[in-house]
Design a protein around this ligand. Structure first.
Ligand code: PA5
Length: 520
């Protein structure tokens, strides 16, 4: 790890307050130049995307998340107005909620329940956790991001007596995602059980004409905000999906947008050596051989960035994890992403990183600002923040010594502007990397496959319940029920066993276990 190498591969961007360090990747001297032609093609594809090309060919749609923070770049007047009008509507709505002009039957809204999943939850969760100040936030934010009944009960329990002061924002681009639909129904039931009219508490963020849009209209919800087909779920943090919850929480959404716009301007430059997104994409290409040969471990040394690894996991894995390339060839692309935070993880899996299987590279995220206010000296002249940096730098060295690779991203602080920059940086790295390896980053056929499979399971469950209800008191074996319902016996067993655990039917244990019987 020579100083000369560091001088070559450390890239500060003073105008952004950010720095990228690729010096702990053993990049051959000619690596960047060997990729220059491919990178220029990636820049061209990105410029076409930003100009409004149909960059998601499978779904026949434009990919316009970059316009969200620079509306003047959107290709039509209608799109420009849609962006600016929606931003104004979000701010006005949040201001009215904060002023109590929009209030519930029990008075001003103090609690916010966000209901969504995937791209309609991970961005809002990341931002809420990173920037929240419980004593200063205008609203306390809670999330339903699953169809786990106990998980939802837990959140409703946390809200407790304050349900009457709760505003619920249901977010779904498609408006048909089952987990979100279930969350909405469960929340509405909780409101009704507390004697409250859900329509007076609910807001929708969704595509025009979607099922959710229709429900919001039919029930007369408080407000609706649009989600456009040209914004993908995992790149939707800077449209109403992320901006509405953030504005309601009282966060500075203009600063988030400005940070993203500044990063976009810096990463739009088609000069590889000057462009942090291009350099990072090439770092990924080298580290993973362009085939996902190494996993990416994301280690922010900052508690507030804990959810960044989860946010990036979706952004990167849902975008890059693809079976086919743009020519239809099977490539099974992707980069596995996991992580949590340092130095906490040093007491968990970092042991394996240093000494175990060498199948990863680390992304360290260093935050320069320690805290607001004075720092306690935990030893003479030394603070907790000094230790945090000590652990980061020490772990980087400890990994490098053992030929474990890393990149380091240094950011000034955890602020709305920095979050905007981080979001925009990684959105563009993903787009450029996808071009380099020749895949469509903007569709998600694998997610759709999972949704279809779940529908089949529910259909089989309904058939099983109907079969048992038609013969009350009769014991059936798994195989009998599988034959009767034309179901896969393994699925039949799994469904029945869970229904029995929830008191919906009776299971009599067999010996061996697969001779167990079930009765309705
Ligand atoms: O990034 C994506 O496209 C997905 O993760 C979606 O955000 C997720 O499936 C939720 O979809 P929707 O917003 O339509 O409910």
């Amino acid at each position: 790890m020579s100083w000369e190498n560091f001088k070559t591969h450390y890239h500060p961007y003073p105008e952004l307050g950010l720095a990228l360090d690729l010096s702990r990747l053993p990049l051959p001297a000619d690596f960047l130049s060997s990729q220059e032609e491919a990178m220029q093609k990636a820049f061209t594809a990105m410029a076409e995307l930003e100009a409004g090309a149909i960059a998601n060919p499978d779904e026949g749609r434009m990919v316009g998340h970059y316009w969200l923070r620079a509306a003047q770049l959107a290709p039509t007047k209608e799109l420009r107005s849609a962006i600016t009008d929606t931003l104004a509507a979000i701010k006005a709505f949040a201001a009215d909620v904060h002023a109590g002009k929009i209030a519930g039957p029990n008075g001003p809204f103090t609690q916010l329940l966000v209901i969504g999943i995937g791209g309609s939850a991970l961005g809002p969760q990341f931002v809420q956790h990173a920037l929240g100040q419980p004593a200063a936030d205008k609203m306390a934010v809670h999330f339903f991001d699953n169809t786990d009944p106990d998980g939802m009960d837990y959140v409703i329990g946390q809200i407790g007596e304050q349900l009457g002061s709760t505003l619920a924002v249901v977010i779904s681009k498609s408006g048909g995602t089952v987990e979100t639909r279930n969350g909405m129904l469960e929340a509405q039931a909780a409101f009704r059980a507390a004697g409250l009219d859900p329509a007076k508490h609910f807001v929708a963020v969704t595509g025009d004409g979607s099922k959710l849009d229709q429900v919001a209209d039919a029930e007369g919800w408080l407000a609706k905000f649009p989600m456009w087909d040209w914004v993908g779920g995992r790149t939707s943090e800077l449209c109403a999906v992320g901006l509405l919850p953030a504005a309601l929480q009282g966060l500075d959404i203009d600063a988030m947008l400005e940070g993203a716009a500044a990063m976009d301007a810096a990463t739009r430059v088609p000069v590889t050596a000057e462009n942090p997104a291009a350099l990072l994409a090439l770092g990924w290409l080298f580290a993973t051989d362009g085939i996902g040969a190494k996993d990416m471990v994301v280690l922010p040394y900052k508690d507030r960035l804990l959810l960044f690894s989860r946010y990036l996991q979706q952004l990167i894995m849902e975008s890059l994890g693809k079976e086919l390339d743009l020519e239809g060839k099977v490539v099974n692309q992707g980069i596995a992403v996991y992580g949590n935070k340092g130095s906490t993880d040093q007491h968990a899996y970092v042991q394996q990183l240093r000494e175990g299987v060498n199948n990863f590279f680390v992304t360290f995220i260093e935050v320069l600002k320690d805290r607001d206010g004075d720092a306690l000296e935990v030893e003479d002249g030394t603070t907790s923040g000094d230790y945090l940096q000590g652990f980061l730098l020490g772990t980087r060295d400890a990994l490098s010594e053992k030929d474990r690779w890393s990149v380091t991203l240094t950011v000034p602080d955890v602020s709305p502007r920095t979050l905007g920059m981080l979001i925009a940086l990684y959105e563009r790295v993903v787009g450029l990397y996808a071009s380099l390896v020749g895949i469509n980053a903007y569709h998600q056929p694998g997610v759709e496959a999972g949704k279809k499979a779940a529908t089949g399971v529910i259909a089989l469950k309904n058939k099983l319940q109907a079969a048992l209800a038609a013969a009350p008191g009769t014991d059936f074996t798994i195989e009998q029920l599988a034959t009767q319902t034309d179901g896969n016996p393994e699925l039949v067993y799994k469904i029945l066993h869970r229904l029995a655990a929830n008191g919906k039917l009776t299971e009599t244990a067999g010996d061996p276990w697969f001779e167990s019987t079930f009765r309705g």
